[in-house]
Design a protein around this ligand. Structure first.
Ligand code: TYM
Length: 326
């Protein structure tokens, strides 16, 4: 069975980009693959948060992962800090990646430009991500487009380590969905939908109510022409709406073009499709969050299973390096 691993940071509310680009494909893949999904709280530490909030965010994100359809009896869902091997292997990764390689990471450039205090962790973040992936002998990493570069550097690290110390790690590949791999901001369709958007108007949160979603789609920025075409280069706004509608309804975006001669109905249909998608998820989220004891128990079980695999891989890596073992 193909081993799949992918993770998400508990750094704020989950948005439609996370869902269409990552969570929906994770749910769709959990029965066909041996799936591992992590809530990466150590990664969230790279940007300063108020002390104390991370635990609550972790539980909320767990509730969201189960609400969208991950099944704790099918997929292994765990919290990164519950499995200490992630931090341990991260150091090995850091020592097998160069300063130059880390300096070329687009996400580091974007994130560091926005803040005064740029932590060392923000810079070495891809090494921790490589540890997440390589610990599980991962074949495939289902991610949105923005994470492809991090999977590429993971491949480079795995190949370098294997070359240096002998075959140890499986070399993974990134997998992105046909539609929804790059959901753009509704107000600025040249920027990806992101939790750090300047205004919330272009960002659809998983917990937005129907009225809010309708309003945001109605006000979505399109362009000055009036025809509906799928062309992300010259018509980013319209193409993004087609992309969202396509991902929400299971159609390739270009196939939807024929149904529209004007922007208004396209915006309205995209909004309604998203509402239909999110309403049942929101209800399940509230139910799940009401039983925190059960949620933390599910995460503990996930960490036990993840820990068994991770411990074996770490030991293999330490032995390959030649560390003195007892
Ligand atoms: P994160 O937490 O920023 O995002 C989680 C997932 O959501 C996808 N995504 C999007 N997809 C489409 N359109 C968008 N606008 C959009 N915004 C976000 C991301 O591509 C991602 O798949 N570094 C990772 C977390 C991570 C990880 C890993 C991922 C840590 N270790 C190991 C895979 C494997 C991150 O910050 O994702």
């Amino acid at each position: 069975m193909t081993r799949v691993l992918s993770c998400i940071q508990p750094t704020g509310d989950v948005h439609l980009g996370n869902y269409l680009g990552a969570l929906a494909p994770w749910v769709a893949g959990q029965h066909e693959h041996d799936a591992f999904h992590g809530i990466v709280d150590l990664h969230a530490l790279t940007v300063a948060e108020e002390p104390g909030v991370i635990g609550a965010r972790t539980v909320q994100l767990a509730a969201m992962l189960f609400a969208v359809g991950l099944d704790a009896d099918v997929a292994t869902v765990f919290v990164q800090s519950h499995v200490p091997e992630h931090s341990q292997l991260a150091w090995v990764m850091e020592c097998n990646v160069s300063f130059g390689e880390l300096s070329r990471m687009v996400q580091f450039k974007e994130k560091s430009a926005k803040r005064e205090f740029v932590s060392g962790g923000l810079f070495t973040y891809p090494a921790l991500q490589a540890a997440d992936i390589l610990l599980y002998d991962t074949d495939e990493v289902p991610v949105g487009d923005d994470q492809r570069q991090h999977v590429e550097i993971t491949r480079d690290i795995a190949l370098r380590f294997n070359h240096r110390f002998g075959a140890t790690f499986v070399v993974p590949r990134a997998v992105t969905p046909r539609a929804g791999a790059r959901v753009m901001d509704l107000q600025d369709p040249t920027a990806k939908m992101s939790k750090s958007a300047d205004t919330g108007a272009g960002l659809i949160q998983m917990l937005d109510d129907a009225e809010m979603i309708r309003r945001k789609f109605k006000r979505a920025v399109t362009d000055s022409e009036t025809d509906v075409r799928y062309d992300p280069e010259t018509k980013p706004g319209v193409s993004n709406l087609l992309e969202i509608l396509g991902a929400a309804t299971g159609h390739p975006p270009a196939d939807l073009v024929a149904g529209y001669t004007q922007y208004g109905p396209l915006k309205a249909d995209a909004g309604e499709a998203v509402i239909e998608l999110l309403t049942p998820i929101q209800a399940r989220y509230r139910d799940l969050l009401a039983d925190r004891g059960e949620l933390t128990a599910m995460l503990r079980r996930g960490a036990e299973r993840a820990g068994e695999v991770a411990a074996a891989t770490l030991e293999r890596a330490y032995t390959a390096i030649g560390f003195l073992r007892s």
